[in-house]
Design a binder for this molecule. Structure first.
Ligand code: LLP
Length: 481
């Protein structure tokens, strides 16, 4: 192990932190054998710190638990080129839902056969790109898409394998924005309303499409198997009906993603072994009852594979006490790197990670730097009484839907993703710079037209100029030692 290996391993809540996270006797956190104060000094803050070994171990656990099944990592949770490579190396499949995610996969030569393409409104261009690359499966989501895809595949001279996305009418007990199994929503074909059966018939009627199975995704951040069980029951019912109506036994059943993770110590997620055991048993039982061969099961975990592998490292900038009201601790990121708190009212925890801090603590609101009072990183977190500017604070469980949903609100540059492993750190997504932020804008001096003649055109800031690399973000110089 590296010489940065800490001496004490205490004080980190179970389930919340990456597998290699350790606290040393001085209260300094390290992940992958790297001290976070050293990471902040080298790479600046805010930064996403991703525990590579943790991700690989989770990937292996999912493959083991779902040994005879197809495990698709849902790239929407977090994707970059290096990560796509890891997904491939770990033998997982990859679920993409836009041409952009597909482009990432293609850029690293992700095996096309192991890709699944989702989306309720894929463009013809995206369908063409997917068919051309040889994407293994496309989940069709509307009648017009079936026609479009059939035409695209016919023009390319291929028979495209297809799943029909079904809405099984299951209410997952999760936030309404991430609940997708109920009837009233934009994804898929309704089972109860008969659209799913019609879609199956429509796909079967197309020579350029090969129907290989059904798909359902009931929602996200789910903590029990009841919803999956009901979905499995209904989907197997549809498989039986397809056999009866068309004489076809479909070989695949994909039950989507959605397994929840712990964001605070109050969350008690299911383990992957438990989920696999229950799902496989359920589908087996349902198929036996329907007299069907057991289809190959597919699952699409996103959050459960990457969520807990990553912490966001922030530097504290200000501490503002409003007597009798609350204390606001402001960090150098916010809703541009974590939209989940304001969008879903998500709960997080946070911890001082650059020193031990006072033994007494108080409950504070951890806020960001954006011009909006809803810019909260974490409500009601307990931080030592002496938390002060320059301290580093880490928010665990920020690997899923943080970097992938990050924005440039207020022209704030998005943080880098630093992969740590065995005492070394690598930037797998670099920090944006002010040059990056200006790059897409036209330079008004180049636009000509009816410019105010009294205002002389000025040269714009161009890529490669001598601007400071990241004047917005804090640097290691601000970190207290
Ligand atoms: N498969 C399909 C078809 C999906 O739509 C999703 C997520 C997944 C798999 C992966 O679900 P997971 O295992 O990660 O729960 N932005 C929200 C989550 C949106 C999920 C969208 N679809 C959040 O931050 O909670």
């Amino acid at each position: 192990m590296s010489e940065t290996e800490p001496t004490a391993v205490t004080g980190l809540e179970e389930n919340l932190w990456p597998a290699t996270a350790r606290l040393d006797a001085g209260g300094v956190l390290s992940i992958g054998g790297m001290r976070v104060d050293a990471l902040a000094a080298e790479f600046g803050t805010p930064a996403f710190v991703l525990d590579e070994a943790d991700f690989r171990a989770r990937a292996a656990a999912w493959r083991r638990a779902f040994a005879e099944c197809d495990v698709y990592y849902a790239g929407k949770a977090f994707l970059c080129r290096t990560f796509a490579r890891w997904v491939d190396e770990e033998g997982l499949r990859l679920d993409v839902c836009t041409g952009g995610e597909l482009a990432v996969a293609r850029s690293v030569g992700f095996p096309a056969e192991r890709l699944l393409f989702h989306g309720n409104n894929k463009s013809v261009g995206e369908l063409q790109a997917a068919v051309q690359y040889g994407v293994g499966r496309i989940a069709v989501d509307s009648f017009v898409e079936i026609e479009r895809l059939a035409a695209v595949a016919a023009a390319a001279g291929v028979r495209q394998r297809v799943l029909v996305r079904v809405t099984p009418g299951v209410e997952a007990h999760t936030h309404s924005y991430v609940s997708t199994g109920q009837e009233d929503q934009k994804f898929g074909f309704s089972l109860a309303g008969g659209a799913a059966a019609q879609a199956v018939a429509a796909v079967l009627a197309e020579d350029s499409l090969e129907l290989v199975g059904l798909h359902a995704h009931i929602g996200s951040q789910i903590f029990d198997t009841a919803g999956f069980g009901l979905a499995a029951h209904r989907m197997v019912g549809l498989l039986a009906r397809i056999r009866d109506d068309h004489g076809v036994e479909l070989p695949e059943l994909d039950l989507g993603g959605g397994l929840g993770i712990a964001y605070t110590s109050e969350d008690a997620p299911l383990g992957v072994d438990e989920l696999a055991e229950r799902l496989i048993a359920l589908v087996g039982k349902e198929c036996a009852a329907a007299g069907l061969p057991v289809p190959r099961l597919g699952v699409e975990p996103g959050r459960a594979l990457v969520g807990s592998t990553t912490v966001t490292l922030y530097a504290v900038g200000t501490v503002k006490e409003l007597p009798g009201l609350r204390t606001f601790v402001s960090v150098d990121g916010g809703m541009s790197d974590n939209i989940r708190t304001s969008l879903y009212d998500a709960r997080y925890t946070a911890r001082l990670v650059s020193r031990a801090g006072a033994s007494t603590a108080h409950v504070v609101t951890l806020v960001g730097r954006h011009c909006e009072s809803g810019d909260v990183v974490a409500h009601d977190v307990s931080l030592p009484d002496d938390v002060r500017p320059g301290d580093l604070v880490a928010v665990p469980a920020s690997g899923a839907y943080h970097r992938s949903m990050a924005s440039n609100y207020n022209h704030v540059a998005r943080p880098p993703v630093i992969a740590v492993r065995d005492g070394s750190a690598r930037v797998i997504v670099r920090r944006e710079t002010e040059d990056d932020l200006l790059r897409l804008d036209a330079d008004p001096a180049d636009l000509g037209g009816a410019a105010d003649p009294a205002r002389p055109a000025r040269p714009g800031v161009r890529a490669g100029s001598a601007e400071p690399a990241n004047p917005q973000g804090s640097t290691g110089a601000q970190v207290a030692r």
